[in-house]
Ligand binder design. Structure first.
Ligand SMILES: Cc1ncc(COP(=O)(O)O)c(C=O)c1O
Length: 339
């Protein structure tokens, strides 16, 4: 039968949103580049649900569907997350006909929680820190997600981004090849922040397979940090997914709140882009690293933009409310999102 006759308009529209995952722009940050040092940012907020996590979420759901672990209109997807994975999972899963429950530290920004509710997620809040520890008995979000889902395996499915290889594969099969093609194979150094480790291990493994001289630089947050999406690996042990392939990392940076926020401001001033805190962390680390370099093509992942961080940025005195609103309206490269 002709596919057109079996697909409703609403369904094809939904699929169009999911078709927009990946293929994000790589832009040169010209005010930071010089003749021989080229600085590029991969703008992951161009994904339809606004962050790098659209990729891992889509890959995890598709993989579970392929393995028949999910039943449309019946299964509930549950996941412990501090934000972006929750937004991506909820957006993608509701498009595909699943309900979503998110277990979330109460310290996550109100903007993030409101987006999750608007997308239809049920939230279970815990008193975890923003950067919950990974490991048995130390992380309330993970423990609660298990406690809810384990007794009802017929209904609940927990993708578990901390262990699920589809998280790694999403970057190995999409983000890595995109960066290689967008730089025409010229990338010499790759930088990203780390949460589960899916982004760094996926992209890092791919780039090193293409050219084993590419350097892979991991960025963790300082202890007791405000950099949503990143972790500090003294506070929190490395997730299983990370440990499987951490040998791909050549160098580590620890980003401070202060330098990361300062860089958010600088990027707004020099490039007129409004980035999230972790992009500030990546950029600050990258610029510190290139101080000692003579040449190279440096690529950093900008995981999300500044639209979810109004309250944080005002609280940190980065911008006044009027400035923030003005920048939101005037900043370039803020595409419309699917929520
Ligand atoms: C906001 C945000 N989410 C997620 C990630 C990457 O996370 P993961 O290591 O889980 O792939 C980053 C990395 O920079 C990030 O900044």
């Amino acid at each position: 039968m002709n596919k057109m006759t079996t697909t409703t308009f609403a369904e094809s529209n939904k699929n169009k949103i999911l078709d927009r995952i990946g293929n994000t722009p790589l832009i040169e940050l010209k005010s930071f580049s010089s003749d021989k040092i080229k600085i590029f940012a991969k703008l992951e907020w161009y994904n339809p649900f606004g962050s790098v996590k659209d990729r891992a979420s889509y890959w995890m759901i598709k993989n579970a569907e392929d393995k028949k672990l999910l039943k449309r209109d019946k299964s509930i997807i549950i996941e412990p997350t501090s934000g972006n994975t929750g937004i991506a999972l909820t957006g993608i899963a509701s498009n595909l006909g699943y309900k979503v429950e998110i277990v979330i530290p109460e310290k996550v920004s109100e903007e993030t929680k409101n987006i999750l509710r608007k997308l239809g997620a049920t939230l279970h809040e815990t008193s975890d820190d923003l950067c919950p520890r990974v490991g048995a008995g130390t992380d309330q979000s993970i423990a609660l997600a298990y406690a809810i889902s384990k007794p009802r395996p017929d209904i609940y499915y927990m993708p578990n981004q901390y262990e699920n290889d589809s998280n790694f594969l999403s970057h190995y099969q999409s983000t890595g090849p995109e960066i290689w093609e967008q730089t025409q194979g010229k990338v010499t150094h790759f930088f990203t922040g780390c949460g589960t480790g899916g982004t760094i291990t996926g992209i890092g493994t791919y780039l090193k397979e293409k050219d084993n001289k590419v350097k892979v630089i991991a960025i963790q947050a300082q202890q007791n940090h405000l950099l949503q999406g990143l972790r500090n690996f003294e506070e929190s042990s490395k997730p299983e997914l990370f440990l499987r392939r951490e040998k791909v990392i050549d160098d580590w940076y620890t980003a401070t709140n202060e330098k990361s926020f300062q860089m958010v401001k600088e990027l707004r001033e020099k490039e007129n882009i409004l980035v999230g805190p972790s992009s500030g962390a990546v950029m600050a680390s990258m610029m510190d690293y290139v101080k000692d370099m003579d040449e190279g093509v440096f690529v950093g992942i900008f995981a999300d933009d500044g639209r979810k961080f109004k309250s944080l940025y005002l609280q940190q005195n980065l911008f006044t409310e009027q400035e923030y609103i003005k920048y939101l309206n005037n900043c370039i490269m803020l595409p419309s999102l699917a929520y």
